[in-house]
Write a protein of this length. Sequence first.
Length: 219
Amino acid sequence: TLISSHLAGIILPCSRLVKDQIARQIQIDEAIEHLVPHPAYKFLSCRMMPVVSEYSREFTNTAWEMLGKYSRQMVLQNSVKDEGLIWSIKPASELGTSNKSVSLNRCISNYVVSRGSGETLSEIEDKFNVPDLYRCDRTKAMFGYCKEGFGKLDKSVFVMSNASKNGEFLDKVLAESWRKFQAKAFLYQYENFGLGRDWFMESFNIMEKVNLDYSGLLM
């Protein structure tokens, strides 16, 4: 349910403001083109704020400024939870220092969708259009808006990111997969469908290349 909620918040129809503040519906291929500007970097992560149980939703009343603040901090720290965030970690422009000792999650691109009533433009856009957040200074986030709330939430923010530390998630998956492959766990079941050791080795090589590309973004 949690995964489907994250994806639904991104995929469901929303609009963006174009010339003369006219709303135009965003097509999903348009969002993907923004998120994946280079064929070597296609590994995306998704975050949602707030995450509350069904029984607590009717008692949840949040402000756009808070949702934008927490969402961006989760991206900065490569966290999927809004708990235990370190607020001293900020883009260098907001600290007035180079902040080189801190490894920020620099983004290739962000797609931010706000769902709910009220003015959201400045509260959300100001948080995600900070140049230090991106690998390229000219990069800006794409924003989508929908006045209809999501589920029973009055306000919610969804962020899909293509960022340097996305490779950390992949690294953990690869390590666990390689451990099971070496132990030949369930390998015989895959071989019954024609997926032998060579197929797995080729797949590992492809994913290691993706992981290496993202690791290079941290340098």
